[in-house]
Design a binder for this molecule. Structure first.
Ligand SMILES: NC(=O)c1ccc[n+]([C@@H]2O[C@H](COP(=O)([O-])OP(=O)(O)OC[C@H]3O[C@@H](n4cnc5c(N)ncnc54)[C@H](OP(=O)(O)O)[C@@H]3O)[C@@H](O)[C@H]2O)c1
Length: 340
């Protein structure tokens, strides 16, 4: 164990205290303390430098069937962090190495060395492994290029456009010669998308009185690809404007995650018949065998400045629940991170 670890011999963790009813609150979480773990044979102990909060974690707080097991009451919340190896009983890593691993919402975690991904801080800041060069960036890449099969000249609409996934989708769309139209929740966000990231147009869905008409004005020939991060009324406004043979990628439905009962409403799927459109849900893990290829492309676009990013950083481990709740209020522009 290194000297820094000894200076702070406590490991803090955020645990699931109660399953949320509706919107998540601070009372759903409990801050606990314990000893810093020791590595077993073949294991490392890492110290988190950056932790991430992601919308999927809302699903893990609920006890319902999904693609992964829920977090049990009293267990440490799930999640990745980027940090430093502070103890190692493996040949793969030595103290001081930078790694990415899923150790949950805690300051220190022990894990088998083969489950950690080595990070090279001389190539990119280690925090980028939690967004543009990690899970959200990979989601953007495969959702746009495989699920939507975006091609030059197509009009691609992205909801949740100023978030970690959405902001990357629009920039990759520009690399591929598409028109990128973003939908996001504030004027500051829409300005960032068009002025800094190169989106062709961006619409503030909270202040636009008629999202349907605003979209029609931006997409007079219809929408060839819709990358959906949010669902709900935003998606309702898009579905009626698909172009012939359009594709829809259902990546996320964040507007629905805090509803106790699923929303019902006007049925708009007849639009898919008229437009012979294809709608497909996907999980980034489906593409795991191709992560290396995607990270190669994303890494070179980031190095060339073709894909940029913004980090919305909150300092301090104690801020994690607040940072998480902010995702559902739209407080983040770009990737929400917690820095220790
Ligand atoms: N399928 C997969 O494998 C996969 C992988 C990663 C992420 N996802 C999904 O992708 C989506 C984006 O994830 P992310 O990590 O990039 O999060 P994010 O976009 O960085 O953060 C969430 C954003 O969602 C928007 N939002 C919150 N409530 C909303 C509502 N009721 N209606 C419309 N927008 C709302 C907010 O922005 P505004 O200010 O614009 O409202 C907020 O900033 C999520 O739905 C997530 O579950 C899926």
């Amino acid at each position: 164990m290194d000297s820094k670890a000894h200076m702070n011999p406590i490991n803090r963790q955020w645990r699931l205290a109660a399953r949320p009813q509706g919107m998540v609150t601070e009372s759903n979480f409990q801050l606990t303390e314990g000893p810093i773990p020791e590595p077993g044979e073949g294991e490392i102990v890492m110290k988190s430098r950056f932790l991430t909060v992601d919308p999927y974690m809302r699903g893990r707080m609920a006890d319902r069937a999904s693609y992964a097991e829920p977090v049990a009451i009293g267990d440490v919340m799930t999640g990745q962090s980027a940090g430093t190896v502070v103890a190692s009983r493996s040949d793969r890593f030595k103290e001081g190495d930078s790694v990415l691993a899923t150790i949950g919402w805690q300051e220190y975690g022990a894990l088998p060395a083969q489950e950690a991904r080595r990070l090279d801080p001389t190539q990119a800041p280690i925090s980028t492994a939690l967004h543009v060069l990690g899970m959200p960036g990979l989601t953007a890449y495969f959702g746009l290029l495989d699920v939507l099969q975006a091609r030059e000249g197509q009009t691609i609409v992205i909801s949740g456009a100023a978030g970690a996934v959405g902001s990357t989708v629009g920039q990759i769309a520009k690399v591929k010669g598409c028109r990128a139209i973003g939908i996001a929740g504030s004027d500051a966000k829409t300005r960032w998308l068009t002025e800094d990231l190169g989106f062709d147009e961006a619409i503030n869905y909270k202040s636009t009185p008629h999202l349907f008409q605003a979209l029609r004005a931006c997409c007079p020939d219809g929408i060839d690809g819709y990358f959906d991060n949010v669902g709900g009324p935003v998606t309702d406004a898009v579905i009626g404007q698909l172009a012939l043979n359009a594709r829809v990628a259902i990546c996320g439905q964040i507007s629905q995650y805090n509803l106790d009962r699923p929303a019902t409403g006007p049925r708009l799927l007849w639009n898919l018949i008229v437009k012979r459109a294809t709608i497909r849900g996907f999980l980034v893990f489906d593409f795991e065998s191709r992560y290396r290829e995607a990270l190669g492309d994303l890494g070179s676009w980031v190095r060339d400045g073709k894909v940029t990013f913004k980090e919305n950083i909150i300092e301090g481990f104690e801020s994690m629940p607040r940072a998480f709740m902010g995702l559902f209020e739209g407080t983040n522009t770009g990737k929400q991170l917690i820095k220790i």
